[in-house]
Design a binder for this molecule. Structure first.
Ligand SMILES: NC(=O)c1ccc[n+]([C@@H]2O[C@H](COP(=O)([O-])OP(=O)(O)OC[C@H]3O[C@@H](n4cnc5c(N)ncnc54)[C@H](OP(=O)(O)O)[C@@H]3O)[C@@H](O)[C@H]2O)c1
Length: 285
């Protein structure tokens, strides 16, 4: 009996201490006074906690208005990603629904500062920037421009970077030295900056419908049958001198599909994907 009384005295003194310290704002809640009828607990300001749902992954396509780039944008939009493009001329002239779902940014990769804003919140970059011209021009557009993009992406914390490079064509490499030297420089930069999230696609000839000055050129007329025949000729493509010329063409749709998957699937292995790899991954549903 004495112990119970002493416990009651202790709890009363604890309550008064809490009250005087301001820790007990609503005494009704802890009242031990049995004469009072407890009022129901009222929530005056209820804070609703909304769980944050992750938005769609943001993919930036460099050169999204070019032949390959436009197909990559289209594929990424159809897969439900948030897609933006960055190129010198900005918006694509293509009048199709998917193009309205792409944010078209304008700038040059040779002026890296113009790229910074476009990289905000981007989780993956796919570079389709490349081109031909004099040796020094080819080195700049295939090499320097892409090296700048890879460095900017690494600095911004982008997780994955896919670079559309090109298959080796043996002696043709010597005729297009600036082109291939540029490709190799960009590949080396990518492998060192993105050892776990960098993927290099190396297609040979890419076929599909290409727009040249508003006119549709169906490259598939030649490319498709050649692809059918040469895709089974892998051992021949290893022959010295003529072998590289037997590299099978690949469709632009397959390249786009593999590029988007490589950019957005964390399980896609980093490193180089050759023509036969593109054909294989491109068949996956
Ligand atoms: N087509 C093929 O058969 C083939 C085969 C093997 C590999 N590849 C490679 O695949 C990639 C795409 O080829 P593609 O045929 O699609 O080329 P493309 O149609 O000529 O497109 C090139 C894109 O790069 C952009 N670009 C060029 N310089 C730029 C710069 N300084 N800053 C920002 N953007 C720039 C262009 O933008 P603007 O038009 O606005 O200047 C354009 O969007 C290239 O790397 C190419 O080497 C192509």
């Amino acid at each position: 009996m004495r112990t119970t009384v002493s416990r009651l005295i202790q709890s009363q003194s604890l309550l008064s201490r809490l009250s005087s310290n301001g820790l007990l704002r609503n005494r009704r809640l802890l009242s031990t006074d049995s004469n009072k009828i407890e009022e129901p607990f009222k929530v005056e300001e209820a804070e609703t906690i909304k769980p944050e749902l992750p938005g769609p992954e943001k993919v930036l396509v460099l050169g999204g208005n070019g032949f390959v780039g436009a197909h990559v944008c289209k594929e990424a939009v159809h897969q439900g990603f948030s897609v933006s493009s960055f190129s010198r001329s900005g918006r694509s002239s293509i009048q199709e629904c998917w193009a309205d779902n792409v944010v078209w940014n304008q700038g040059s990769l040779l002026v890296p500062d113009s790229l910074k804003d476009s990289m905000n919140d981007v989780s993956a970059v796919i570079s389709c920037v490349g081109g031909f011209g004099s040796n020094s021009q080819m080195y700049k557009v295939n090499g320097t421009a892409n090296v700048n993009a890879i460095r900017a992406a690494a600095e911004q914390g982008v997780k994955r970077f896919v670079y559309i490079s090109a298959a080796d064509f043996g002696f043709v490499n010597y005729l297009l030295q600036g082109y291939y030297d540029g490709k190799r420089a960009a590949e080396a930069e990518l492998l060192s900056n993105f050892p776990y999230g960098g993927v290099i696609l190396k297609p040979g000839f890419i076929h599909g419908t290409r727009r040249v000055a508003g006119v549709k050129v169906p490259l598939g007329i030649i490319g498709s049958p050649l692809e059918m025949i040469l895709q089974h000729a892998k051992p021949l493509s290893r022959l010295p001198v003529v072998g590289p010329l037997l590299t099978p063409p690949v469709s632009v749709d397959a390249v786009a599909k593999v590029a988007v998957r490589a950019a957005t699937d964390q399980a896609f292995p980093p490193g180089i994907v050759d023509v036969f790899g593109i054909l294989r991954f491109g068949e996956h549903k």
